[in-house]
Design a binder for this molecule. Structure first.
Ligand SMILES: Nc1nc2c(ncn2[C@@H]2O[C@H](COP(=O)(O)OP(=O)(O)OP(=O)(O)O)[C@@H](O)[C@H]2O)c(=O)[nH]1
Ligand SMILES: [Mg+2]
Length: 310
């Protein structure tokens, strides 16, 4: 028997491919990526539209390399940045082998879930689809069937799976379903690479995550992070200087806070997250600047790395 198992293993071909994660904002797409990766690579907050661009989570297993593509939540856009984020997400679907549609099972079907369904119908109808009904920990067991029927009606081609991205630890079954759908092929990335973003880009996202957590209402969504310096200082760790760009003069004192209290809080929390991510000491210096209406300014968007999709 032992010999037989060995020969089966040898003939099992290696699989590799891309799994795009689709869904409206705040359903837990980035949380799921972090959990599947077993480490935090993506910013997560209780606010919608945390993720602004694609990010890969590269999971190298013994029999497969699964490349997850985190995407911005699909939503009704109110500015050019929002429109860009929606295009960024749909582009990811077009270049993937499998689609994981994430919904928040603790909430009723949302208007934006319908938007997701429409976009998938138009742009990704041929892909194998898995419906991730997330936040199971918040769904009373007696409601599960109803929830499943409601979302399966919206996504009839997807296989439904209940999970809790924030609480579950064992994703063997899900990984195995995904692997089955991947094409045969060699790994695309070296096995120790976990994402496609540079450390400084993740650091920028972690600063914005902190701003989203500590500021209220519209202010945090109007922030962009510009990394001004990211240098290694040997034993001292890394030195990072970044500017928080806000859209309105009136936002500046809100971000700074009384006696600089708010920006200090944002900086401290961000520093801790960046230290956790990079495994070394970080010295972080933040400034605030006004860049009027940047979310509607094509040129500024390009400068901030939201490059044209054409
Ligand atoms: N209770 C519970 N909360 C969860 C679960 N998964 C995610 N969350 C929370 O849901 C919120 C949104 O999570 P994100 O991962 O940022 O959601 P997202 O879909 O990436 O959102 P966008 O980037 O804005 O599109 C956060 O507060 C998470 O902690 C879960 O399984 N259970
Ligand atoms: Mg996200």
């Amino acid at each position: 028997m032992e010999g037989m198992e060995e020969s089966i293993e040898q003939t099992t071909p290696y699989k590799s491919g891309f799994v795009a994660i689709a869904g409206r904002p705040n359903v837990g797409k980035s949380t799921l990526i972090n959990t599947l990766m077993g480490q935090k690579i993506a910013a997560v907050t209780p606010r919608p539209q945390t993720t602004r661009r694609q990010q890969l989570g590269i999971l190298t297993l013994e029999n497969a390399q699964i490349i997850f593509v985190d995407t911005p939540g699909l939503h009704r856009a109110h500015h050019k940045l929002g429109e860009w984020m929606n295009v960024e997400a749909t582009h990811a679907f077009a270049h993937s082998d499998v689609l994981m549609i994430v919904v928040d099972g603790s909430q009723p079907v949302h208007e934006e879930d319908h938007l997701v369904a429409k976009i998938i119908l138009e742009q990704a109808i041929t892909l194998p689809q898995i419906l991730i009904i997330n936040k199971r920990d918040l769904i009373p067991p007696e409601n599960q069937l109803f929830v499943k029927v409601a979302f399966s009606t919206l996504f009839p081609n997807a296989t439904p799976v209940f999970i809790s991205a924030a609480k579950d630890e064992n994703f063997e079954a899900l990984l195995s379903i995904l692997t089955q759908h991947l094409p045969k092929g060699d790994p695309f990335f070296p096995e120790d690479q976990v994402t496609d973003l540079y450390e400084r880009e993740i650091a920028a996202d972690l600063i914005r995550e902190s701003a989203l957590l500590y500021l209220r209402d519209e202010v945090p969504h109007s922030i962009a992070i510009r990394m001004d310096e990211f240098t290694e200082r040997g034993e001292m760790g890394a030195y990072i200087a970044a500017t928080l760009l806000v859209e309105k003069e009136s936002h500046k004192p809100i971000v700074i806070g009384q006696g600089g209290e708010k920006i200090k809080q944002i900086g401290q929390a961000a520093r801790q997250e960046i230290e956790k991510m990079s495994g070394r000491k970080v010295y972080l210096q933040l400034r605030v600047k006004v860049r009027p209406n940047w979310r509607n300014n094509e040129k500024v968007l390009q400068q901030f790395g939201f490059r044209s999709h054409q």
